[in-house]
Design a protein around this ligand. Structure first.
Ligand SMILES: [Zn+2]
Length: 313
């Protein structure tokens, strides 16, 4: 390609909607700020993923809310709690994009099309059960914060929603699917922990149970459909033995990331683990509580060791 054409081509690419960096400015080969997903391959049957702990707020977000308001939607510090995992041969997938920008724990059909300035050309779910999250303003692209504040004072273009799906949702799901397939191919089974955290008390517009005081942990397998209930019971018992209060499938059963990849009949087990944020952070300042973090890390590392020694077949 002619040098001048090459430059124009490069500028055009940088000017695509959703691309970060200013047009005309050469982007580094792999800019850290533009990396949306980290995936570390494993060597064991275990796969852990953290879809909601991302803190890289993209320049093209265009939200009406300030950063402290947006950050309250994060599962802040979850990736730090499980930082021990890769060293144990556990596959690790982590989103860097914020959950309130695109929620990887939704299907692409769970889209609130009233956010968009034109007809959405892709399929959208009409199942009322699937759309319960959309009604709360918590679809693939969120409409409201947990306090019911509108996240946008504008409509989003079809192109920018597509760009979010292409840059965030697709690589995240590809990485999770690949890690689980690889673990299953190596060992004949896979155990996937989908890692989250939750506020001490659920927000007014956060869930179907507003104001609910949460247990220390909520373990979910969509009523035994995404993992063997015996395996989920092992997780619950481990945590109870360590002194935590644990709820099972209430108020959170698990959402898209366990639904899509869990298939216990094929020895693919996916379990959602929600940690109460009061155990490790100040929810107002987002500051870590070092003692709480250390205790959780030790107890969850012990859980991972227990799972590594357990063949659920
Ligand atoms: Zn979460």
């Amino acid at each position: 390609m002619h040098a001048a054409l090459k430059l124009i081509h490069h500028r055009f690419q940088n000017a695509q909607p959703g691309a970060t960096g200013s047009p005309g400015q050469a982007a580094p080969a792999a800019p850290a700020a533009a990396r949306t997903v980290t995936a570390v391959a494993g060597s064991t049957p275990l796969v852990l993923d953290s879809p909601h702990s991302g803190t890289h707020y993209p320049d093209d977000f265009g939200s009406a809310c300030d950063l402290p308001t947006l950050r309250r939607a994060e599962d802040t510090h979850v990736e730090k709690i499980y930082a021990f995992a890769p060293a144990l041969g556990v596959a690790w997938i982590e989103a860097h994009f914020p959950r309130i920008y695109l929620d990887a724990n939704r299907d692409t059909t769970e889209l609130d099309t009233s956010l968009i300035d034109g007809p959405w050309p892709e399929p959208v779910s009409t199942d009322p059960r699937v759309l319960s999250k959309v009604r709360l303003g918590k679809g693939l692209i969120w409409k409201f914060t947990d306090d019911g504040e509108p996240i946008y004072n504008r409509l989003l273009s079809v192109q920018e929603v597509r760009a979010r799906i292409d840059r965030c949702w697709r690589p995240y799901h590809a990485a999770v699917a690949q890690a689980i397939d690889a673990a299953h191919a190596r060992h004949g089974y896979s155990i996937h922990l989908n890692c989250h955290s939750m506020p001490a008390v659920s927000g007014r517009f956060a869930t179907d149970f507003p104001g609910l005081v949460h247990a220390d942990f909520v373990v979910g397998d969509r009523d035994g459909s995404t993992a063997s209930p015996a395996l989920s019971a092992l997780v619950c018992e481990h945590l109870r033995e360590r002194g935590y209060s644990v709820e099972y499938n209430h108020p959170y059963k698990g959402v898209e990331l366990v639904r899509r990849y869990g298939n216990p009949a094929q020895h693919r087990h996916s379990i959602q683990v929600e940690i109460n944020r009061k155990l490790y952070m100040d929810e107002r300042t987002l500051a870590q509580d070092p003692a709480g973090m250390a205790r959780l890390q030790a107890d969850l590392q012990a859980l991972v060791h227990k799972l590594l020694a357990h063949d659920p077949r």
